[in-house]
Design a protein around this ligand. Structure first.
Ligand code: C2E
Ligand code: MG
Ligand code: MG
Ligand code: MG
Length: 291
């Protein structure tokens, strides 16, 4: 009896595994097809200068316009794309679209830097530098308008190799930033060797401001650290005026978050551009204009 149940149990386990494997293969197939059909769309979230209130840049954030499931957020497909290596192709699509869009904005007199996320798999791929160079060449975008975001945890997986890769990218003339900063345990000594322009404070530290005093202390410390290293500090996930006020007083340079805007498709940003470019030079959160 026990033996029988054991065997049935094992069979059930096997068939569940087979279901799961089939399901996964199906999802990989779908993702492949999505790449072929370019079902990915890029949303843009503005970043504003704390000093002037103006939009200085946007972050490109991918979505999958799925034929049945609608618009899918990156956490629904990036992990599988990363696991299978399909992220390299998706990353190129996003980069190309973002650079093309930045060119389009420039043509319309909107000089905006565009920040594009680079995943671990993409970053370590030997072809990354060539890929970026050819997208810049094809779209005609000058590299100074491109920023690549690399997460702190990715860099810390192999800091030495990451720094080498960063230097290769820097040669092309773009800027680099560290995303989700504060969660990846980089040390002061490694950080000073990174050829980066910006630190993006992870949203998890911003979320509980002004209620969590240790998060506030950590945030201030990151800002001071960035200052010492001559970096610009971006606060991600700014949702409330209280957070904005605290972050401005701490010395943050750039805000990104729902307080300013959710990520939008390019056309959706036009109204926001109009509002922000007509704004006079004032410091909306009491941050001195000159640093
Ligand atoms: P991330 O690069 O840290 O991007 C910021 C995420 O925070 C975005 O989520 C954005 O919509 C969200 N966010 C911004 N402001 C707020 C706020 O005030 N409140 C809240 N609750 N959330 C806010 P999204 O678009 O879902 O992207 C999630 C992650 O997916 C990104 O985190 C990034 O790691 C990854 N990702 C997005 N696009 C790409 C891409 O093209 N390539 C790669 N490799 N990864 C991407
Ligand atoms: Mg990012
Ligand atoms: Mg982030
Ligand atoms: Mg993140």
């Amino acid at each position: 009896k026990v033996k029988e149940r054991g065997r049935n149990g094992m069979q059930m386990f096997r068939s569940e595994m087979a279901d799961e494997a089939r399901d996964k293969l199906g999802r990989i197939e779908e993702l492949r097809r999505a790449i072929e059909l370019e079902e990915f769309v890029v949303y843009y979230q503005p970043q504003t200068s704390v000093a002037t209130g103006r939009i200085t840049s946007v972050e490109a954030l991918v979505r999958w316009q799925h034929p049945y499931h609608g618009l899918l957020a990156p956490d629904r497909f990036i992990p599988l794309a990363e696991e299978t290596g399909l992220i390299v192709a998706i990353g190129e699509i996003v980069l190309r679209k973002a650079c093309r869009q930045a060119m389009e904005w420039q043509r319309r007199g909107l000089p905006l830097r565009v920040a594009v996320n680079v995943s671990a798999r993409q970053f370590l791929e030997a072809t990354l530098v060539d890929q970026v160079a050819s997208v810049l060449a094809d779209t005609g975008l000058s590299a100074e308008w491109l920023e690549l975001e690399i997460t702190e945890s990715l860099i810390m997986q192999d800091a030495k190799r990451a720094v080498e890769r960063m230097h290769e990218l820097k040669v092309l003339g773009m800027s680099l930033s560290i995303d989700d900063f504060g969660t990846g345990y980089s040390s002061l000594s490694t950080l000073k060797n990174f050829p980066i322009s910006r630190l993006k404070i992870d949203r998890s530290f911003i979320r509980e401001i002004p209620h969590d005093t240790s998060d506030m202390a950590i945030t201030s410390a990151i800002v001071s650290l960035g200052r010492i290293l001559g970096l610009e500090i971006v606060a991600e996930g700014v949702e409330t005026n209280e957070q904005a006020e605290f972050l401005a007083q701490s010395g943050c340079d750039i805000f990104q978050g729902y307080l300013i805007s959710r990520p939008l498709h390019a056309a959706g940003l036009d109204a926001l551009f109009a509002a922000h470019s007509s704004s006079t030079l004032h410091a909306p959160y009491g941050h001195p204009i000159s640093r």
